[in-house]
Write a protein that binds this ligand. Sequence first.
Ligand SMILES: Cc1ncc(COP(=O)(O)O)c(C=O)c1O
Length: 398
Amino acid sequence: MSRKAGRHFLQIPGPSAVPDRILRAISAQTIDHRGPDFAQVGLDALSGMKTIFKTTQDVFIFPASGTGAWEAALVNTLSEGDRVLMYETGHFATLWMKMATRLGLKPEFIEGDWRGGADPDSIEQRLRADTAHEIKAVCVVHNETSTGSVSPVAAVRHAIDAAGHPALLMVDTISGLASIDFRFDDWGVDVAVSGSQKGLMLPPGLSFNAASAKAMEVAKTGGMRRSYWDWHDMKALNATGYFPYTPATNLLYGLNEAIRMLHEEGLDNVFARHQRHGAATRAAVRAWGLEVLCKQQGQESGVLTAVMMPNGHSADAFRATALSNFDISLGNGLSKVADRVFRIGHLGDFNDLMLIGTLSGVELGLRKAGVPHRSGGVEVAMQFLEAAGQEQEASQVA
Ligand SMILES: Cc1ncc(COP(=O)(O)O)c(C=O)c1O
């Protein structure tokens, strides 16, 4: 195979491209995870992640992909036969529901059309009807990576409270955290789940839980049989910066660098950057004459944009053309929307010029693959970014 010059554009919605600073941090020599030098690495990672989740409560780090932290959330707090209310925002909500079923839980799945976030009103309605309080948890996906829709987490909390229901609120923010606004304490979340390979800009391999005092209390006497995922085993050793089993030492070096980078930029600036890139991408998609999958205004993701293909055209064939001709990886459509949508990732360590490069890759790919569209989407995105930049400058002067 001949060499491809230049950088590959990894524009799937996670894993996101790992910045050089993080790659360098990860490449430091592995140290003794029970030795004296490790404690600070562990303490920094645990306290740093609290600032990212925006919590003063407990945070746990597992050497696992996000799916592991999904399981940890469920097995620490729920027992076989417990009812859980879940919301079908897309493929990942469906996978979490399937996991709950496999673990012996009884999920009730509120049907969704994959074109928006979870609806707090239908959650409230269902909880009001559950007068016996059989539902032990409400589980929603914050940023549904298969569709590019964001669930209103604070409103889901309000819905639970308005129904006077004691269910725990569990949120998958695997692809939301560190890219779009997430506030564990302010929003009254009980268990959050996240992963390293999206907004945190790390390679895959770490996952996280944040747990409220209420969830920790439930876990003390409740939950399922568990060992590897047990929060209390973790908490005991985490207090001094250590872990009950071998942690992913080098990923923790990277995590500490990522946390520094996020705070150097400022979390609010990180969120604003993602929102701006999401809006610029949607402007480009609409200028191409294509449709954005998320149709709920205000719930469109700043992390990724899922784009619907014109009827009769294969999203996978288009992605293959873009990859082979322009060295850009775009996300595929998953399960229900397989081959019908493609996803543009605009998350992580990403700037305006990288976005324009990405959108150029999409537009070139549409042309090359013979997908009907209007040209000029990239130009519209540039105009959008320019106007947004001027607005920002004006607000700084004011
Ligand atoms: C929203 C969401 N939930 C869960 C997962 C599963 O995480 P992992 O593949 O890291 O196990 C993903 C992965 O992309 C995701 O985006």
